[in-house]
Design a protein around this ligand. Structure first.
Ligand SMILES: [Fe+2]
Ligand SMILES: [Fe+2]
Length: 238
């Protein structure tokens, strides 16, 4: 917190109104970004995956994942509404703000969905871990509520990928999806030395930005090693 000019945490939405405008806007950016991305992800990945799930058991769990991702949007949006952010600024397609490019992957198979949960939700865990130390306490609280669910999503991905990797053909399909999807994931962590990231760190809204990507690459490699998978080299993609 020493780098933050706003060392004391901001406890409530009412208190935020008294905070410097740069801080307020930065908090709003985070809330809007989560609201947009949770909804967009649920729409393009999780809900369509219910159809792709091969068994009633897999459909049941995928419904739970979709329900929780929509729930994350609802929670961030409710916080945004409390901050006076107009609803349309938190809905993809209704605002100029684009969802993250990690959702541009054209999901077509169950295997691809399992890989997305394995890797993208691991990335989400890192983001939510960081938010758990945010200087704006309502965001810390949201992170504590969503964390067990994001862990479940990544675990869902790990378990189904493990199952798919039982056959050589399945393992190859998982590896192929990893090769195509993984290079999109550095985009989750923002551009190196971006102005936004600088502001987030300055105010203690985010603690780690570039370092988060490095940590993600290490953790993703560990998960893939365990499954006998390799990661494509993305050192130049970030
Ligand atoms: Fe989520
Ligand atoms: Fe998730």
């Amino acid at each position: 917190m020493t780098a933050s000019p706003h060392a004391a945490p901001v406890k409530t939405c009412a208190e935020l109104q008294q905070a410097p405008v740069e801080y307020r806007h930065a908090v709003e950016k985070i809330v809007i970004s989560h609201a947009i991305n949770e909804l967009h992800g649920a729409q393009v990945f999780d809900e369509p995956a219910i159809k792709l799930a091969p068994t009633p058991y897999a459909k049941w769990l995928t419904c739970r994942v979709a329900m929780e991702e929509y729930g994350h949007h609802v929670r961030f949006r409710e916080l945004g509404e409390e901050l006076g952010i107009p609803a349309e600024r938190m809905i993809p397609g209704k605002t100029d703000k684009k969802a993250l490019s990690i959702f541009d992957f054209p999901l077509q198979t169950w295997t691809e969905f399992c890989v997305i949960k394995l890797l993208a939700d691991l990335g989400e865990i890192l983001q939510v871990e960081d938010l758990a130390q945010c200087s704006f306490l309502p965001l810390r609280n949201l992170s504590r509520m969503t964390m067990p669910e994001e862990r479940f999503h990544a675990e869902f991905g790990r378990e189904f990928c493990t199952e798919l990797c039982q056959t050589e053909q399945g393992r190859q399909a998982v590896q192929d999806a990893v090769n195509r999807y993984f290079p999109m994931l550095p985009g989750f962590f923002g551009k190196a030395r971006s102005k936004n990231n600088e502001t987030f760190r300055k105010w203690g809204i985010k603690q780690r930005t570039e370092a988060m990507l490095e940590d993600f690459l290490v953790r993703a490699k560990a998960v893939c090693d365990e499954l006998g998978l390799t990661l494509p080299d993305v050192s130049k993609a970030a």
